[in-house]
Ligand binder design. Sequence first.
Ligand SMILES: [Fe+2]
Ligand SMILES: [Fe+2]
Length: 381
Amino acid sequence: MSIDVPEMSSTEAMLDRADANDLDAILAVSNPYVDGIVHAVKDNADAIFTWDYEKGARPALNKLYEKAKKSQWNGETDLPWDTVVDPEELARNSVTNAPINNALDLTGTCFEKWDEGDWTKLNIEMQNWTLSQFMHGEQGALICTAKIVETVPWIDAKYYAATQVMDEARHVEVFAKYLDEKLTGHYPLNTHLGLLLDDIIADSRWDMTYLGMQIMVEGLALAAFGFIHMMTEEPLLKQLLRYVMSDEARHVAFGVLSLKEYYAELSDVELRERQEFAFEAAVRMRDRLLQQEVWERVGVPAKEAIELTKTTPEAAMFNQMLFSKIVPNCKKLGLLDAGGGWLRERFGEIGVIQFEDWTDTGEEYDDFALGKDLAAPVAGA
Ligand SMILES: [Fe+2]
Ligand SMILES: [Fe+2]
């Protein structure tokens, strides 16, 4: 079956560039988030009251809500904040490290004269940048979920979203505290992550908040936290991520369970709008992984550094694995195959479709509960 492609759906209209992979265009977008203390976005939505107070009308959401009430933790008192953190040591055992391996010949490149100290400094910056983006993303989640409390028409979803608002406040709090007290300050919000958060918040349709935040941003965060948690030996960060992940798994489940019901009723044209939104979000998240601000801070040309680092198999694998939750969840929502498989094709083009049969996150949150051993992030886990 084919459907008409609305004119606005071209890559150019979605991303302001004709080729999604145009590196010069990606790096040329100036960052609107570096000045001032606040940033305002119009959220364009009605706050919806419901007079249907029947609790448990949506049993899966009710179960999630009850689970959330029992799973609260305190970021001040439940984490070992007296741990001494050495940023150099932390950067050594991290998947956020500069993805350049010894096999790469750096002769004649911007890294030719770099010594051990330069690489260490770069890795420390990358660590700081990565955790800073998580912190900003957590604030995006805080704002998005507060918006969902207002806009979703179902009482069980309002109840659950209210618990997520509390979770996200705690997440912003612990990432900010870790960056300020254990590392050295933080980076501004990355341009591409910021544009994505702005788009999600500005959309008037209540399900788009869920799709952008719970499915895309939190789906990527859950995968990323899993990797960093697995790799890091720093006990405070490890525990912090473990606690945050136990909440995030519920949040992604909230998105999948809510949208599964809603998307079953949408037309092909409406689904196509969701597919395009998901693809745009995926590209923006991929663009943010280029870590443009770090290259600029350490004084090497971003384009050259990115072209060198993205060639390593480690970088390619890590960046693809970040989509290991998003793709199966999109499949479960029917977004891969709607409208003749438009999103399946796009995910194929950006090299992440191979995750479609991995476990979706609709029921997985019990496996992430505190006290359980986390399985390694592999197929079927
Ligand atoms: Fe969070
Ligand atoms: Fe979350």
